[in-house]
Design a protein around this ligand. Structure first.
Ligand code: CO8
Length: 373
């Protein structure tokens, strides 16, 4: 069996960012108009007035201060509250393909590899912009890679589930160099109309190169010690958008066709599951929490990460042990833990040991134990 090594990572960050203050100002304006337009039914008690957001709540509840988005103007327009994404022709790269190529090229440069060395492409993310042809096959073609390509979606855990698929392929010999890319345009599926959701997400794209080791000249990077996945069905995070919507008979609330969740339940149920998942994974590899130099956790909520890292370590984690990027990026779904890894891995020396871990809708949890060569 081949050893699998993470040899490079890459990141695409949108050029436009939105502060909490800007987001709150835009939604407050939209809420005022929405309520004024429905003053009579609200007065009669037929519908509920919408509440305005505030910045203090957002920071206190989530730790998010800022997010990057693919189109700031559309998201902040109180009459629109979603990005403008001009329709592209079939002969142009799709948006997800275009941003994937940026992240992949950076990852390949870090790995010292060329596009033709790649023989597997997995596009792993929460929302795919079309059904087929697979975005991954488009990326493979645009990159000039060989082998195979496919799309997969396990919501916020897509990247770690993709990494396990890539590691299995490399270990088993069905590929030698696989790229897992996560083009997360969450702003196109976030609900910017309701204060419960508008602050949660941001856009980004990450890429991870996983290669089979070369016995004669060992590859530099982070060797994969082990991977572990877990799923447990829950309705607490849902998005019912799908191809059957247009044929469904019956009433549907438009808010069901974008992201929605019972955030408090998710927080309570998922934190202990994730801590146990990491502890079990470490134990099965003959390791313990004391061996961990770093935890690159999913970036959804600061409180969740503080709680999970505390449960795993038995004490509070330092900023270096559990780096935070959600203050700047917000929740970028499956890209979040990989952004943390991308930005906070190069300061660690040979022998360093860490866990990349994501969690989210499904529920789904994925962990990858890594040691630096
Ligand atoms: N401003 C002011 N008040 C607010 C705001 C706001 N922006 N938002 C909510 N409130 C209000 C609520 O309305 C509520 O008011 P009331 O008491 O009058 O009803 C009050 O504040 C308290 O609300 P909550 O109980 O919801 O507040 P919490 O303290 O629980 O914080 C969080 C909410 C931040 C959402 C928190 O629960 C959390 O982060 N939970 C974990 C969620 C999580 O990790 N989910 C994973 C989601 S990601 C995933 O897996 C899917 C990826 C798919 C990507 C899709 C792209 C779009």
């Amino acid at each position: 069996m081949n050893r699998a090594v993470v040899t490079g990572t890459g990141l695409w960050t949108p050029s436009e960012g939105i502060t909490n203050a800007e987001l709150v100002a835009s939604l407050s304006q939209a809420v005022e108009v929405w309520n004024a337009e429905r003053a009579e039914p609200i007065e009669r008690g037929e519908i509920e007035e919408r509440d305005a957001p505030n910045e203090r709540f957002i920071v206190r509840a989530s730790g998010v201060h800022h997010r990057y988005v693919i189109d700031k103007k559309g998201v902040l327009d109180p009459e629109r509250l979603r990005p403008h994404l001009p329709l592209r022709g079939e002969d142009e790269d799709s948006i997800q393909c275009e941003i994937s190529l940026v992240a992949i090229r950076e990852a390949l440069a870090q790995a010292g590899r060329a596009p033709e060395d790649v023989d597997g492409v997995i596009v792993a993310c929460s929302n795919l912009q079309r059904a087929y042809p697979a975005v991954a096959v488009e990326v493979q073609g645009a990159l000039g890679a060989g082998g195979w390509a496919y799309d997969m979606n396990v919501a916020c855990s897509s990247a770690t589930f993709g990494v396990q698929a890539a590691v299995d392929a490399v270990r088993g010999g069905s590929a030698r160099c696989v790229v897992v890319v996560s083009p997360e345009i969450t702003s196109a599926h976030n609900n910017f109309e309701l204060r419960d959701y508008h602050f949660i997400f941001g856009d980004a794209c990450t890429a991870v190169i996983i290669e089979a080791d070369d016995e004669d000249s060992p590859r530099a990077g982070w060797e994969v010690v082990g991977t572990r996945l877990q799923t447990l069905y829950s309705n607490n995070i849902r998005n019912d958008f799908g191809f059957m919507n247009r044929s469904e008979d019956g009433e549907r609330d438009a808010h069901e066709l974008v992201f929605r969740q019972q955030g408090r339940k998710v927080f309570k149920e998922v934190c202990p599951m994730v801590a146990k998942h990491i502890e079990d994974h470490l134990a099965d590899e003959g390791r313990s929490a004391e061996d961990l130099d770093r935890m690159w956790l999913h970036q959804a909520n600061l409180g969740m990460n503080l709680l999970i890292s505390k449960k795993v370590l038995g004490r509070e984690a330092s900023a270096s042990e559990a780096p935070v990027i959600l203050d700047e990026y917000a929740n970028t779904s499956s890209a979040g833990s990989v952004i943390a890894f991308h930005k906070y891995k190069d300061d660690l020396g040979p022998g360093a040991f860490g866990v990349l871990c994501s969690f989210g809708a499904g529920y789904s949890i994925g962990s990858v134990l890594l040691t630096r060569r």
